[in-house]
Design a protein around this ligand. Structure first.
Ligand code: NAD
Ligand code: 6OH
Length: 484
């Protein structure tokens, strides 16, 4: 079987301890992953630390940026290889892997190269109290070794959100991909090597969280900051570990994202938009919508039509013609989603569509598939309405007045994204101004300029990602002031 090794100081590093990567499409093992023990993780951090004092640490910004461009080019040249491993690991339809998972990841390496040149240093001249002038300018220095701990839902893109700005700002990296999706981070190591990134700048360690590579990485005090994407509870554990030595954290965490659909909305746009926001990547996108609030005059029609859209979604493996939705990422995760749907039934919810495991009559029956699922009739206090499920599930609730919708939409400890559908521009902006979330969409979903800031409020995160914001996180800044 295919073996996936760690990557340290430019070399593949195998360990005596392997675990299986199981296909979410068939349930069969597809690769053996070499789990890093504490000594292997420490070796990766030491390599990253040493690389800060090597050619990388002395490389001028412009040259670093040229390397980032080459990485983007090489990712695109090897697009088919990346798409193959993301499809194998996640089970996502090929077209989505190509455009979002890998296409956007390549884009990020170019974007951060441009942004680093534009934003890293600033200068101000100003009046002094004695009537003279002074000049203040900044140095942005890399923080050092960055621990990049990534989730399984959009593996390459979410890793690139960390690695590209961290490298643009001159840092070195130890990446810990999810144990469920280990392959694209390892393929990225091949890219780094082939374009001439100095050894030790980008390292990969494989393994789990607790008592494995993730925890060992958070316990190594030579790591100066952690960029983490994953569950809110894991974020809290990492923040606690990073407090030792006062190391910095950037946390992109879970969500329970609402959409408010007003009766005047353009329904021709709302249905494809809502279907995408609830079901694309099998609901496993942090930006996904799990709560829909629909104004009463269109509520009945809306539920019926969305159920129709959900029932027409073609479910299957990544490379099947016309497939729109793949499996969940793993059988473990499907158990969690099924448990959440059962809890919704127990709490009085009606499953309007879905909730079942589809039958194919072939090897896909061994996979982790589930139907897109629409539920109605739950109180706001129900666990299904309050807690993130992270599957192709949504709850639809009617509302009468704007204030009521705003109240229900914001009645959550999370604050990642909100979506508003209305043709009344004033209403749209009024409601947007009251949403407590990092991203707010009006009449669209997932439309992003990746230079724009993105932060999670409340349980959804700590810190802000974006062009300038990410570069700031990965830098230590000094201000030099000179009296002229
Ligand atoms: P997770 O928290 O289980 O795991 C994320 C990563 O952390 C994995 O690499 C895992 O091995 C590692 N990890 C787990 N425990 C650890 C520990 N104690 N110490 C160090 N590392 C540890 O999350 P997941 O299940 O992989 O991802 C799904 C979650 O991620 C969802 O909650 C989703 O909302 C969230 N997410 C958020 C965003 C965002 O931008 N806000 C984006 C994508 C996913
Ligand atoms: C978290 O899952 C974020 C995903 C981001 C995107 O899919 C995107 O396209 O920006």
């Amino acid at each position: 079987m295919k073996q996936v090794a760690n990557f340290i100081n430019g070399q593949s590093v195998t360990t005596g301890n392997t675990f299986e990567k199981i296909s979410p499409v068939t349930g069969k093992p597809v690769a053996l992953i070499h789990e890093a023990d504490r000594a292997t993780v420490d070796q990766a951090v030491a390599a990253a630390d040493a690389a800060m004092s090597g050619p990388w640490g002395k490389m001028p910004l412009a040259q670093r940026c040229q390397l980032l461009y080459k990485i983007a080019d090489e990712i695109e040249r090897r697009m088919d290889d990346f798409v193959a491993v993301e499809c194998e690991d996640v089970g996502v339809p090929e077209a989505m892997a190509r455009t979002i998972f890998i296409g956007r990841a390549a884009f990020l390496f170019r974007m951060y190269a441009d942004q680093a040149r534009e934003h890293l240093d600033q200068a101000y001249n100003f009046d002094t109290p004695d009537g003279g002038r002074a000049l203040a300018y900044t140095y942005h220095r890399p923080k050092g070794v960055i621990g990049a701990i990534a989730p399984w839902n959009v593996p390459m893109l979410l890793l690139a959100f960390k690695v590209a700005p961290a490298m643009a700002a001159g840092n070195t990296i130890v990446a810990k991909p999810s144990e469920v999706t280990p392959q694209s981070a390892t393929l990225l190591a091949e890219v780094m090597k082939s374009v001439g990134v100095p050894d030790g700048v980008y390292n990969v360690v494989h393994g789990f969280g607790r008592e494995s590579a993730g925890e060992y990485l958070t316990e190594n005090k030579s790591v100066m900051a952690y960029s983490f994407t994953g569950e809110s509870t894991t974020g809290a554990v990492i923040m606690r570990a990073a407090a030792t030595g006062l190391r910095d954290v950037s946390l992109e965490l879970g969500g329970k994202n609402p959409a408010i659909i007003f009766a005047d909305a353009n329904l021709d746009a709302v249905f494809p938009g809502s279907s995408m926001s609830c079901f694309s990547n099998t609901g496993q996108i942090c930006l996904s919508t799990e709560r829909l609030y629909v104004q009463r005059p269109i509520y009945e029609e809306f539920v019926e039509r969305l159920a129709g859209v959900a029932s027409a979604i073609k479910i299957g493996g990544p490379f099947e013609t016309g497939v729109q939705m793949g499996p969940l990422v793993s059988h473990n995760h499907r158990e969690k989603v099924i448990t959440a749907i059962e809890s919704a039934r127990d709490e009085g919810g009606q499953v309007v569509y879905g909730g079942e495991i589809p039958e194919f009559g072939d090897e896909r029956d061994g996979g982790a598939f589930i139907q897109p699922t629409i539920i109605t009739g739950l109180p706001e206090s129900a666990s299904f309405v309050r807690n993130e499920v992270f599957g192709p599930v949504t709850h639809i609730q009617p509302f009468d007045e704007e204030d009521e919708a705003v109240h229900m939409a914001t009645n959550t400890a999370y604050g990642l994204t909100s979506t508003i559908w209305t043709q009344d521009i004033s209403c749209g902006h009024r409601v947007a101004s009251q949403m407590k979330s990092g991203l707010i969409w009006l009449n669209s979903w997932q439309l992003r300029d990746l230079r724009a800031p993105f932060s999670g409020h409340g349980l959804s995160g700590v810190g802000t990602q974006g062009g300038r914001e990410s570069l700031e996180f990965f830098s230590d800044v000094s201000t030099v002031t000179l009296k002229i």
